[in-house]
Design a protein around this ligand. Sequence first.
Ligand code: COA
Length: 152
Amino acid sequence: MKCKIERLLVNYKTLEEFKKFKEYGIQELSMLEDLETNIIENDSESPFYGIYYGDKLIARMSLYKRSAKFDQYFTPPQEYLELWKLEVLVPYQFKGYGRALVEFAKSFNLPIKTNPRVRSHEFWKKMNFESVSYDMERDLGQNPVIWKPATK
Ligand code: COA
């Protein structure tokens, strides 16, 4: 399966596409507000990457680089990527789009941390992410999983 992963731009079209995803919340609403009040320009880069099928956004994830200063997951503390809001629209699931996005995130060759959604643990296991031992204060009810590049 071939698919192209694109950095998503903040504009009204992208924000309209975001409404189809279950994980639509404060982050998306504040992007809309920033656009409406001209805090950000039309077509600014967002932290989201996505896959289009025709002109329809069918999968997306957000990637955010965290500095080593804030690292509580890797030893020694290092720069890593926080991956969140990975979601594939229902009719397009189990076709390799989720894997394609995760492989794209891995291609930056930085460690990755994510908080899997309740029923996606099998998927993350297949992507070679491992659980970390739970730390109540740090993880606040989440069950993060991590991945490390081979050389790190
Ligand atoms: N449970 C078990 N295995 C899963 C899985 C799941 N929920 N989702 C994917 N997999 C497996 C696939 O079978 C595939 O295995 P294979 O390589 O051996 O064939 C591998 O993981 C890669 O799957 P892929 O097709 O890339 O997954 P996807 O595009 O559907 O993306 C999610 C995976 C979890 C991101 C996506 O399904 C999603 O957004 N789901 C909605 C939220 C959710 O968590 N749903 C859980 C199911 S109800």
